[in-house]
Design a protein around this ligand. Structure first.
Ligand code: DGL
Length: 266
């Protein structure tokens, strides 16, 4: 089976790692739109256009299933009812079945918190939503940033720690990559990784039996992304290839004369 995934960067690797461990015989196509990262700070319209590009790119690669390895993308897909003819698996859907406690904190990006998707899904529970956008940038930074990561976690999670949650939903795929720092700051809260729901959903499908592989497509700096992938230990599990993808960002500037100038980069 050919599985397509997409994210703004390395966050989706936390999903990919679970999938290749459970289903090692598949071909994985991972699109990292690093040129337009982060997604979570952007307005809805910009994220929708990024998501639409990612979905049509994965469709062009003839994947059997598209996995949103990104909570921000999945929130917007749900909010605006975006569609694809390919079988689509979201990351958020199974979270209500994973929750056991009554007081649930949700750490996510600014855009995910804005949609309120988790609050809608977890109706009837006490929810504390926290946009922890800086943590996305810290996870994307070079190794040696542990001090910064800890400071950012403390900054965002101190009010949550005082609130004494039973559980914390890691509502951005970048966050499971630093879960050890989060649980050492709030050891009493159980951490929920929504990606476990994707594994459950995919376990009902027919998977490849041979040797799997991963094709990475990157819109930004390919070498930089490859270094990060190796740092997160993905390369030891199966062969992988890296390729540059060109995406176009359009900015229309209206001049006094009434002319529209399109500036394109990428
Ligand atoms: N990793 C993504 C998510 O799960 C996107 C983070 C970002 O680019 O802001 O929300």
């Amino acid at each position: 089976m050919k599985v397509g995934l997409f994210d703004s960067g390395v966050g989706g690797l936390s999903v990919l790692k679970k999938l290749i461990t459970h289903f090692p015989g598949n071909t994985y196509v991972y699109f990292a739109d690093t040129l337009r990262a982060p997604f979570g700070t952007k307005p809805d319209a910009a994220i929708i256009s990024i998501v639409a590009d990612a979905i049509s790119f994965l469709e062009s690669k003839h994947v059997d299933v598209i996995v949103a390895a990104c909570n921000t993308a999945d929130s917007l897909i749900k909010e605006y009812k975006l569609d694809t003819p390919v079988h689509y698996v979201g990351i958020i859907d199974r979270v209500p079945e994973m929750v056991r406690g009554k007081k649930v904190a949700v750490m996510a990006t600014e855009a995910t918190v804005r949609t309120g998707v988790y609050a809608k899904l977890l109706k009837g529970l006490e929810i504390y939503q926290k946009a922890a956008q800086l943590l996305v940038s810290a996870v994307e930074s070079e190794p040696g940033s542990e001090k910064i990561i800890n400071a950012i976690i403390k900054h965002y999670l101190l009010p949550i720690k005082r609130w004494k949650p039973d559980e914390i939903v890691l509502g951005c795929t970048h966050f499971p990559l630093v879960s050890k720092f989060i649980s050492s700051f709030i050891p009493n809260a159980r951490l929920i990784d929504p990606a476990d729901g994707i594994v459950q959903k995919l376990s009902k499908m027919k998977h490849g039996k041979g040797k799997g592989m991963i094709e990475f497509y990157v819109s930004g700096d390919v070498g930089d992304f490859e270094r990060k992938v190796r740092r997160f230990g993905i390369g030891k599990i199966m062969p992988m290839t890296f390729q540059k993808v060109k995406v176009e960002e359009g900015i229309a500037v209206e001049e006094d004369s009434g002319n529209i100038w399109a500036i394109r980069s990428g």
